[in-house]
Design a protein. Structure first.
Length: 292
């Protein structure tokens, strides 16, 4: 599924924003801290997730009033950077734009979007309109995309990922592959048409049997690294990719959503990994041994 749409969004936009002292201080000592964006009408912030914090981190976490999810601790750090909201909202308004990666090294925020080159004029217009503002957001790339698989590989190099595969029967006989867009469009996706070779357009995921589960994850700020569906005329294969530290929390939400998520076959939950044969573009998801 992934290899069929790998290069369909052939352009990318990347930007960085200086965080200064807005990120929690212990983030600098960890390289594997998943984060997600928190947007409210009057507030903006980042959610940071720490699994099994050590003694020193536990002491630091107390100052942030964390939400406990089993061994997982989530803290929300509000930030006073409304220009970043303006930038993000404008870019995310491009209907065929997909969020690639969203992470921080403690000092800077790094955000990457993928989109088809047919949207390049629209993106350029937004960039020009935002150019009149003076703020600490720097565009680091506007050009050819590295592709979906390379983006996922880079995320996995920073944060271990887990793949959850589902299957279900759909009365809709249409055939297409879709990809979830971003937290700013919670139930919006991009459709690539049959076998990933059709027109690229935004579609609505709200009628998917998995929509209640996806909504539940997003409500609890457990942002996926990706969500994909392959519709093949009545049968749907779904692939949810999440940070591995979310796995336990995912199970809790999956079973709590059982009454609403009906007719779903949970096929497998495996670590994310890609293998490429020399000279071959075939890419596959396969089980890997747990990380030490």
């Amino acid at each position: 599924m992934l290899e069929k749409i790998d290069k369909r969004l052939d352009s990318s936009l990347s930007f960085t924003a200086a965080l200064g002292t807005m990120a929690p201080q212990f983030i600098n000592s960890r390289k594997d801290v998943p984060m997600s964006l928190y947007l409210h009408e009057k507030e903006m912030g980042f959610n940071f997730f720490v699994d099994s914090p050590n003694k020193e981190e536990t002491e630091l976490l107390r100052f942030y009033d964390p939400i406990r999810l089993g061994t997982l601790s989530m803290i929300t750090q509000l930030i006073d950077l409304q220009v970043l909201r303006l930038f993000y909202e404008n870019i995310a308004s491009v209907s065929r734009m997909v969020l690639g990666s969203f992470y921080s090294n403690g000092k800077y925020l790094f955000v990457d979007f993928r989109f088809p080159n047919t949207c390049l004029d629209e993106v350029n217009k937004i960039m020009k309109s935002l150019g009149s503002f003076s703020f600490d957001v720097s565009v680091t790339r506007l050009g050819p995309s590295k592709g979906l698989i390379n983006t996922l590989n880079e995320i996995e190099s920073r944060i271990p990922l887990t793949v959850v595969d589902f299957s279900y029967i759909d009365n809709n006989q249409e055939e297409y592959i879709s990809e979830w867009r971003t937290v700013f469009d919670p139930l919006g996706a991009v459709s690539y048409g049959k076998d990933g070779k059709g027109d690229i357009e935004r579609i609505d995921l709200s009628k998917s049997p998995l929509a209640p589960l996806l909504s539940l994850l997003l409500k609890d700020k457990l942002q996926p690294a990706g969500f994909f569906e392959n519709h093949t005329g009545g049968r749907v294969q779904s692939k949810l990719i999440i940070p591995t530290i979310f796995a336990k929390a995912f199970f809790i939400r999956y079973f709590s959503a059982t009454e609403k998520v009906t007719g779903i076959d949970l096929q497998r939950i495996v670590p994310y990994g890609t293998t490429k044969k020399a000279g071959d573009e075939t890419t596959q998801i396969n089980a890997l041994p747990p990380r030490s």
